[in-house]
Design a protein. Structure first.
Length: 370
């Protein structure tokens, strides 16, 4: 007897209870979902190739899909104030709790809430996680010689107290002008003066994440900038009255939310809800991020975020030949012992100084520091 070929199962067999119109609608809906999925996959592939021409790297090959997907499915119920992602052969990466925005729902922290694709893109950018601590160490070494520099702002006195009073409805402070300094090199200066400040330039392993890093101490800017062959310190003058109308966040060293904020910043969280962040430096960045060590704070940095570039551009002062040395980020940093803002620095710990960006990018795509 001749055997007839077996017919493939008809997909409509399982929908026999549906009317013709409803069945057609269901099938059309399924086809649309499939088309959308294909479009999204194609767009992701295009975006990755456009942003990262070297899409396949050892870091991706070493990270299994199972580990990445397991990390991306950790739900809020399973989280404490921090958790770890195991990637790259068991390296521990500490992550942060959600950030509560002033005017919108919570913003998810890095890595633990990322999709598999987002984690892969992060690894493509930063390389294997096993190398991250050494990259932090290498950047921090640059500033060790400036560990005990200076004690406060060059001019303007205690402007933070004036800012608090101004924001609380006290003295308007319209006559007070604050000096900020951003140290870089001559090539970056030309780019910034021509094109303005880019406050959204990506930064990894920085205390706050993306933003334009400044300080209020000129002496430290000159000291830090001495490593450049063509140093330039950009000088900005901004009225206290202009800062009053911005979303300014002042983090004290003991603030319970500061740790989570710094952790997100290290992975370039783009959802900073503040226009200006004023925070102490994280001295032991490597141990804090990768070894769950308690933070050690010192000094002060002022980071301009979001759409504050226009304010900086308006306050940029003419070039001055009297400023002899400049660095990528001019930051005021007395020691923790002098300030009383943190535990004494343990022997061998990194210095309190830190540049705005671990990889050397400054406030614009052309702004780099060696």
């Amino acid at each position: 007897m001749e055997r007839r070929p077996r017919r493939a199962a008809c997909p409509t067999r399982y929908m026999s209870g549906l009317g013709d119109g409803e069945l057609a609608a269901r099938m059309l809906q399924a086809l649309r979902r499939l088309a959308d999925a294909i479009d999204k996959a194609a767009q992701r592939t295009y975006d990755v190739h456009r942003k990262f021409p070297h899409t396949i790297r050892e870091s991706i090959e070493q990270t299994t899909r199972k580990e990445v997907e397991a990390a991306s499915t950790i739900g809020p119920a399973a989280r404490t104030d921090r958790h770890e992602l195991l990637v790259g052969g068991g390296d521990h990466v500490r992550t942060a709790p959600p950030l509560q925005r002033p005017t919108s729902p919570a913003v998810k922290g890095p890595i633990g809430h990322m999709s598999a694709e987002e984690v892969e893109a992060l690894l493509v950018t930063l390389g294997p996680p096993a190398e991250w601590p050494e990259r932090v160490r290498a950047r921090m070494r640059v500033f060790e010689e400036f560990a005990e520099e200076t004690t406060g702002p060059s001019r303007g006195g205690d402007w933070l107290s004036a800012l608090r009073a101004c924001r609380e409805g006290g003295s308007p402070g319209s006559d007070l002008v604050i000096d900020f300094y951003h140290a870089t090199h001559a090539g970056a200066e030309r780019f910034i003066r021509a094109g303005g400040v880019d406050t959204r330039y990506p930064r990894y392993f920085c205390d706050v994440g993306q933003g334009f890093y400044t300080g209020d101490n000129l002496l430290l800017a000159e000291k830090l900038g001495s490593r450049h062959s063509d140093p330039v310190v950009l000088h900005y003058r901004i009225k206290l009255e202009d800062l009053k109308n911005l979303e300014v966040k002042i983090f004290e060293p003991g603030s319970p939310e500061l740790e989570g904020f710094l952790l997100r910043g290290m992975f370039n969280d783009p959802e900073t809800p503040y226009d200006v962040v004023i925070a102490p430096f994280l001295v032991n960045r490597e141990a804090f991020a990768f070894q769950n060590a308690a933070p050690i704070y010192a000094g002060r940095q002022i980071v301009f975020c979001n759409d504050t570039g226009r304010l900086l551009d308006a306050g940029l002062q003419p070039a001055s030949t009297g400023l002899a040395a400049r660095a990528e980020s001019a930051l005021s940093e007395p020691s923790p012992e002098a300030l009383g803002t943190g535990a004494p620095r343990p022997p061998g710990a990194p210095s309190a100084s830190s540049a705005g960006d671990l990889f050397g990018e400054g406030g614009s795509s052309a702004d780099s520091a060696s």
